[in-house]
Design a protein around this ligand. Structure first.
Ligand code: HEC
Length: 154
C-alpha cells in the first residue's frame, strides 16, 4: 500500500517535471521566433537544392566582380551565365508547387537578369553599365531575403 502511494507520488512529480521540461525545451516554436519572415517549407532535399543554388548565385556575383576587377570579361560572362535560367532549380515542378507566385517571379527575374548580364558582358557593355546592372540585380537578392526564409518539412 505504502509502496504504491510512493509510486503514485513519484509518478506525479515525474509528470510535472516532464511538463516543465517540455514547455521550456521541446518548444522551439516558430511563432516565438524573432525571425518574422514568411516561412517557405520544403522537403529537406529540396531546401538543400535551393540553398545550393543560392550559394551558386553568390558565386556568380563574386565571379562577375572578379572578372571586372581583373579585366577578364570571359570570366565575368561565364560567372553570370552560371546563374542564368538553365539549371535553375525553381523550375523543378515539385519545388515550384511549394513556392508562392511572388517568390517564383523574383527568382525568374533574377535568373533572367543574370542571362541578360552575360549577354551584355559578351556584347562589350561598359564596366559602369555592367556594375549598374549588377546593382539592380542584387536588389532582387536583398528584397527576397527580407521577406522569405526556407524551412525543412518535418
Ligand atoms: C526569390 C527569392 C530570392 C532571391 C531572388 C534570392 N534569394 Fe537567396 N535566399 C532566399 C531564401 C528564402 C533563402 C533562405 C534564407 C533563410 O532561410 O534564412 C536564401 C538564402 C541565400 C543564401 C544562403 C545559402 C545557404 O547555404 O544558407 C545565399 C548565399 C543567398 N541566398 C544568396 C543570394 C544571392 C547572391 C542572390 C541574388 C543574386 C539571391 N540569393 C537571390 C531567397 C532568394
Amino acid at each position: 500500500m505504502r509502496v504504491a502511494s510512493i509510486g503514485i507520488v513519484v509518478g506525479i512529480i515525474g509528470i510535472i517535471v516532464l511538463g516543465i521540461f517540455n514547455s521550456s525545451f521541446a518548444a522551439e516554436p516558430h511563432e516565438l521566433s524573432v525571425d518574422t519572415r514568411q516561412r517557405l517549407v520544403l522537403a529537406p532535399a529540396q531546401r538543400y537544392m535551393m540553398l545550393a543554388e543560392m550559394r551558386q548565385m553568390l558565386g556568380s556575383v563574386n565571379g562577375i566582380l572578379q572578372g571586372l576587377a581583373t579585366g577578364d570579361l570571359p570570366v565575368a560572362e561565364k560567372a553570370a551565365r552560371a546563374t542564368g535560367m538553365t539549371g535553375s532549380v525553381d523550375v523543378n515542378p515539385h519545388i515550384k508547387a511549394r513556392l508562392p507566385q511572388q517568390f517564383l517571379e523574383w527568382a525568374m527575374r533574377t535568373h533572367r537578369g543574370f542571362d541578360m548580364l552575360a549577354d551584355r558582358i559578351h556584347a562589350g557593355s561598359s564596366q559602369t553599365d555592367i556594375i549598374r546592372e549588377l546593382a539592380t540585380l542584387t536588389g532582387n537578392c536583398v528584397a527576397c531575403h527580407a521577406i522569405y526564409r526556407l524551412d525543412e518539412a518535418r
